[in-house]
Design a protein around this ligand. Structure first.
Ligand SMILES: NC(=O)c1ccc[n+]([C@@H]2O[C@H](COP(=O)([O-])OP(=O)(O)OC[C@H]3O[C@@H](n4cnc5c(N)ncnc54)[C@H](O)[C@@H]3O)[C@@H](O)[C@H]2O)c1
Length: 377
């Protein structure tokens, strides 16, 4: 197969869809890989590394779209990329179509076979290509929170790990999913005292076991949240109700009970945030203070760590890229249910139910589903 990797053009995006290691593996399977010059620079991969791995370096994105059967990217395509797309081309990237009608219509018009990373779904309902970014956001949130506690950011000047003769900080994590569990690991590793709250007892039980009881776990409800955060130095919001806005678990009144100079990191900001006082911030200007509490509400935390994020993302995406290349798109779709679930569009039609429903568009069955799995339309 001929596969293309273009440079991301979305502002501030420094990740890239494939590493030189990925190129090397595809080339060893006798595929051709075209990489746009400087595509990997933001993640610390130089052109000569791709060249050494066997990539054909190309000056312009146009010449890649013109030649390849599949384009592997990170973010959704933007306006300048639409005219470059060719009918039947496979596009493997984050699409988030349910939130973007214009993009959906454009990709239908261009008759792209669009597989969205975010909709590739395991049999157990897991989202293997979203998970790596949640891991990174969770881990990085503790570092961000530690920064917010520094005096120069308006924090109370507390070091998360404390010092000999000085107790460590108290970190409270709301939500014990992928993000929360990863925040928990780092906070505990740094030496903080950690409390974690969730509505699902089995998530708490799992974390309690793997940390050998070194954390305090609580069932999440309004009263317990209020009591726990009142004594916290850092509160991390990591809740998710799939497909819905994040619940506002911490009201302004509850925040007023926290000590001045404490910090909150709202990772759920991309779903509206779980603090009443949350509004989205950027890496350029990540914090603000309300009610004396330092807020960090960056909506794309992994963007600060493009190299780690690119490795984490491509570790997860690459096995699917290789399958599509080796088997061909149709056979890979037929044989791999997890990958098949990621298909959003093909031949100008929407085959992902939630996307069709969001925009009142006609839904057609995924043409690669075995007959027994087809949903009645
Ligand atoms: N800001 C960023 O850069 C960034 C990056 C990755 C993920 N996220 C966001 O982080 C959030 C969490 O993602 P995830 O992958 O951990 O999801 P997840 O589904 O793995 O975990 C969410 C957890 O929240 C829990 N929860 C739901 N309601 C709750 C409540 N009332 N109280 C306590 N816990 C509750 C659920 O039981 C679940 O365990 C999502 O909104 C996701 O979009 C943000």
């Amino acid at each position: 197969m001929i596969i293309g990797v273009t440079k991301e053009i979305k502002e501030g995006e420094r990740r890239v869809g494939m590493t030189p290691q990925g190129v090397d593996a595809l080339v060893s399977h006798h595929h051709r890989v075209l990489v746009e010059k400087s595509a990997g620079v933001g993640s610390g991969f130089l052109d000569h590394e791709y060249g050494k791995a066997g990539a054909i370096l190309v000056d312009k994105a146009k010449d890649i779209w013109n030649e390849v059967e599949m384009v592997v990217k990170v973010k959704e395509p933007l306006e300048p990329e639409f005219p470059l797309m060719r009918p039947g081309q496979v596009l493997f990237t984050y699409l988030h179509l349910a939130a973007n009608r214009e993009l959906t219509l454009k990709l239908m018009e261009r008759r792209i076979a669009g597989i969205g990373y975010e909709t590739v779904q395991g049999q157990d309902g897991s989202l293997p290509l979203l998970r790596p970014m949640s891991e990174i956001a969770g881990r990085a949130s503790v570092l961000a929170g530690g920064m917010c506690l520094e005096a120069r950011y308006g924090g109370r000047g507390v070091l998360l790990c404390g010092a000999s003769g000085v107790p460590p900080a108290k970190v409270v994590i709301l939500g014990a999913g992928v993000v929360g569990a990863n925040a928990c690991k780092v906070a505990l590793g740094i030496g903080a005292r950690v409390s974690i709250l969730d509505i699902h007892p089995e998530r708490l039980s799992y974390l309690h076991d793997i940390t050998q009881g070194h954390i305090a776990t609580f069932i999440s409800n309004r009263m317990t949240i209020g009591e726990e955060i009142a004594g916290a130095d850092l509160v991390i919001g990591a809740v998710l109700i799939p497909g819905a806005q994040a619940p506002k678990l911490v009201t302004r009144q509850m925040l007023k009970r926290m000590r001045h100079g404490s910090a909150v990191v709202d990772i759920s900001v991309d779903q509206g945030g779980c603090f009443e006082t949350t509004h989205p911030t950027t890496h350029e200007n990540p914090t603000y203070i309300e009610e004396g509490i330092v807020h960090y509400c960056v909506a794309n935390i992994p963007g600060a760590f493009p190299r780690t994020s690119t490795f984490a993302l491509t570790n997860a995406t690459f096995p699917y890229v290789l399958q599509i290349a080796d088997k061909g798109f149709e056979k890979a779709m037929q044989e791999n249910e997890t990958l098949r679930k990621g298909l959003n569009l093909i031949n100008g039609k929407v085959v992902f139910h939630a996307v069709a429903e969001s925009f009142g568009l006609a839904f057609i069955q995924n043409p690669f589903s075995p007959p027994s799995l087809k949903i009645p339309s």
